[in-house]
Structures are given as structure tokens and as C-alpha cells.
Design a protein around this ligand. Structure first.
Ligand SMILES: [Mn+2]
Length: 443
């Protein structure tokens, strides 16, 4: 038994920042639905599960009805069931679309906000899994849908919960869900909708909750690989599902570190970084990818900081390369490089910049040499700086732990920063302060 898990299709929408010259099938959510249908048929799936927001909204009825009907008909003819729940976007339109589908092609669960069960059968007609689902009745659902969920376990078939909602967001108006409740509600696994970033949550004891993510990445906020998930059912257990990239568009952020790059190397450093990242991401995104859009952030201290903007001008509208079937473009460039500072020259001076420069040299030497060895080799002239930096680290450690102990952060189980992390934070704070002091001196 093989299931295809997806949701948040938003049929009616198209991926943003893609040229209108590209075919609509390559940038629309409707095109993603057609690829989902083809994949389900090719992979001989027994059912397609949809976790809500299938249609973008009520005014997309006319755009959604055609593709949905074509796909549902094809799947029904191949004996593939479709089981869905409505989300906040299609609470009104999905019930009407479902009623228009060919008889028995699409089962919409949980209308009127009442939990409802369907049982999936394999091709021999044997019952293999129960699915309990609940649908949005309105654009907002402020109560936890599990408050009125009492699942019946009358046999030993696996049970999957299907619901659109907001996981671990207190006071959400979009069907607030909590992992601890999902873990103990009864189902062996949950297919959720609403959050467009794919995420597989471990609920413990072999249970999981999956946000499959939007199968077509719709805007730069939906970064990384997007697609659907396949679940192989083998008897009583519900193993973790596997992702299958399907989006024709991928958006990604890319940091390019230009530390110490001389002016003559700026372009090569940027281009090499873009090409390497693009190759990785195209490879990871499967054969359906057609457009990769990278949003660049240029960072680091370079002696050629004043040339970075000129050397990268035109990158975001002119640059376009092909990797396999995918076109790679740079969507935007944020320049955050800063002028390199000669620490040794400043360290020899009196005054506040001199003190900061000596501390920075000490902190950066420790980072490179691992600390203790460097401390042993420290020359007499640096001994004062070493002591000062040790005192600084103790102060930073105290300050961090007093924040950590604050009642407001009680719920967070983050470990306190390591010595290395603390040193890195001190270095970046000292660099920022030194730049500011030098800027003031120059002004
Ligand atoms: Mn939603």
C-alpha cells in the first residue's frame, strides 16, 4: 500500500518572480496538481491524501474546478482514492468542488467541523488504514480541533489523522494544534496542512506529524526543496514518509563570504559561490526543477569593500545560466561587506580603538590556535590583553547566564553558548564597535 501525501496546493496561484514568458504549467499551482496526478499514477499509489488549502480561495472556483476534475477523474479511473480535508483558504470552496467531482472520486472528511472516518483499501479490496479527518468551517477556527476528537480503535488497522492547523502556536486562529496532544490522541501518524515549509515532526514512540509543505514553491519565503511525500504502508506499522521533490521553482538564500577578497577577485568569488550552490541545489531538487532563484547576501571584511556594489551591479537582472533543465538566476543582492581593518596598526595605538584592536587580535588568535596553546605562547607585551580578554569572557558568560535564568526564557531548552560561540559573539561585537569608533574618528 503506497500513499501520496500533500496539501497547501493553493490552486489558482502562481509562483512569484518568474517571467510570464514561462509556460503556465511551469509556474502554477494547477501545474503542480497535474504533476502530482502523474506521479501518483506512475508510482502506482493507492491513495492521494490532501491536507487542506487545495484551492487558493473562493474566487478561484472557476480556475480550480477544471484541473481538479481532470485529475480526480484520471485517478478514479485508475482506482486511486482521494481523501481531503478543507483548510482556512478553501473552507467554503472545497466542499462545493468536492460535490462536483465524479461520484466517489474525492472523499472530503469532517464537514461541519465533525471528525469523520474513511477506510483505505488496497487493490484486492482489503481494509488497510483508517483516516480520521476534520475540516475548517470558516476562515478562522480558534479552538483546538482535537477537543472533540474521540477516535474509535475497534481493530488493529493503522490510523492516520488528517487536519489543517497551526502546530505549537499558542492562540492561533487557525486551528491551534499541540504536539503533545497529537502524540497521545490515538492516531499513529498525522498529515497536517497550513505551514508551507515542509517539516516532519517526531512525536515519539514511532509516531510522527508531517507538514508536507506546498508542492509548488510559491514565493521567496518558501525556500528550499518543495514537493510531495510518499508513504509505504507495510502491515500494522506506519513508517516515516519520504520526500519527493516536485516543484518546478526553487527559491534559496545564499550567503557569500568575501572576507579578504581583493578587488580583482570579487567577481570570481561571487560567481564560484553561485555556481557551486546552484549545482548542489539543482541536484537536490529532482528532474522537475526549471527555475532556481538565489537571493544573495554578500558578507565579510574586504579591503575592496567600496568596489563590491560596482562589481556586482547587473547581477540580479542580467545573470542567467543553465544547469541541466534548470535556469539559474540571482533574484536580489544584499551587500553587507565592510572595509577590512588593519588590526596590527591600530593595536599599536593608544585610546579605545587600540584597546579593541588588541582584544580582537587576542580573540582571533585564540579562535585560530584553539586557545590554550596560544595563551602559553603569548608574549609579555600581550599578557595584559590576554588577562583583559579572560576577564571579558567571564563578564560575557555571567551576562549570558543571567539572561538564561530569566523566567521569561524558562520554556526554552536551548543549551548555554559554548566558549567558542561566546568568543565568536564577542569578536563580532568588538568588530562592530571598532568600525563605529573608526567611522566617528574619521568623521
Ligand atoms: Mn492554511
Amino acid at each position: 500500500m503506497r500513499l501520496l501525501l500533500t496539501g497547501d496546493l493553493h490552486i489558482g496561484r502562481t509562483s512569484t518572480r518568474i517571467s510570464a514568458d514561462r509556460p503556465l504549467s511551469e509556474r502554477s499551482a494547477a501545474g503542480a496538481w497535474e504533476r502530482i496526478v502523474r506521479l501518483a499514477l506512475r508510482e502506482r499509489c493507492d491513495a492521494v491524501l490532501l491536507s487542506g488549502d487545495v484551492a487558493d480561495q473562493d474566487n478561484r472556483y472557476w480556475e480550480a474546478i477544471g484541473p481538479l476534475e481532470r485529475g480526480a477523474t484520471e485517478l478514479a479511473e485508475a482506482g486511486v482514492a482521494i481523501v481531503a480535508v478543507a483548510g482556512n483558504h478553501d473552507h467554503d470552496v472545497l466542499p462545493r468542488l468536492a460535490d462536483r467531482m465524479p461520484e466517489g472520486a474525492l472523499t472530503l472528511l469532517g464537514r461541519e467541523g465533525v471528525w469523520e472516518r474513511t477506510t483505505l483499501r488496497d487493490r484486492e479490496g482489503r481494509a488497510r488504514m483508517h483516516v480520521d479527518g476534520w475540516s475548517f468551517r470558516a476562515a478562522h477556527e480558534p479552538a483546538d480541533p482535537l477537543a472533540h476528537y474521540e477516535p474509535v480503535r475497534s481493530d488493529d488497522l493503522p490510523l492516520l489523522g488528517l487536519v489543517h492547523g497551526d502546530l505549537n502556536v499558542a492562540d492561533s486562529r487557525y486551528a491551534p494544534l499541540r504536539s503533545d496532544r497529537l502524540a497521545h490522541a490515538g492516531p499513529d501518524a498525522w498529515l497536517l496542512g497550513h505551514v508551507h515549509a515542509p517539516a516532519l515532526h517526531d512525536l515519539g514512540a514511532g509516531r510522527w506529524a508531517l507538514y508536507p509543505g506546498s508542492p509548488q514553491a510559491l514565493d521567496p519565503g518558501e525556500s528550499g526543496a518543495h514537493g510531495v511525500w510518499l508513504l509505504e504502508l507495510d502491515g500494522r506499522t506506519v513508517p516515516a514518509p519520504r520526500p519527493r521533490p516536485l516543484s518546478t521553482v526553487r527559491y534559496d538564500a545564499l550567503d557569500v563570504d568575501l572576507t579578504d577578497a581583493p578587488g580583482t577577485e570579487l567577481r570570481a568569488r561571487v560567481e564560484d559561490a553561485v555556481r557551486a550552490a546552484a549545482a548542489d541545489r539543482v541536484e537536490e531538487s529532482g528532474p522537475e526543477l526549471r527555475q532556481l532563484l538565489l537571493r544573495l547576501r554578500l558578507t565579510g571584511a574586504t579591503p575592496a569593500a567600496d568596489r563590491v556594489a560596482a562589481e556586482t551591479a547587473g547581477l540580479s537582472d542580467g545573470f542567467e545560466i543553465r544547469i541541466g533543465e534548470a535556469t539559474v538566476r540571482v533574484d536580489a543582492v544584499a551587500t553587507e561587506t565592510v572595509p577590512a581593518i588593519d588590526l596590527h596598526a591600530h593595536a599599536a595605538t593608544q585610546g579605545a580603538p587600540g584597546v579593541l584592536a588588541r582584544w580582537l587580535l587576542r580573540l582571533e588568535e585564540d579562535a585560530e590556535d584553539g586557545g590554550t596553546e596560544a595563551a602559553a605562547r603569548a608574549a609579555d607585551t600581550e599578557a595584559d590583553a590576554a588577562e583583559e580578554v579572560d576577564a571579558l569572557l567571564r563578564l560575557a558568560r555571567d551576562a549570558v547566564s543571567s539572561v538564561d535564568r530569566d523566567r521569561a526564557f524558562e520554556g526554552l531548552d536551548d543549551a548555554p553558548p559554548s566558549d567558542a560561540e561566546l568568543r565568536a559573539r564577542l569578536r563580532s561585537a568588538a568588530r562592530a564597535l571598532l568600525r563605529e569608533l573608526l567611522r566617528e574618528e574619521a568623521a
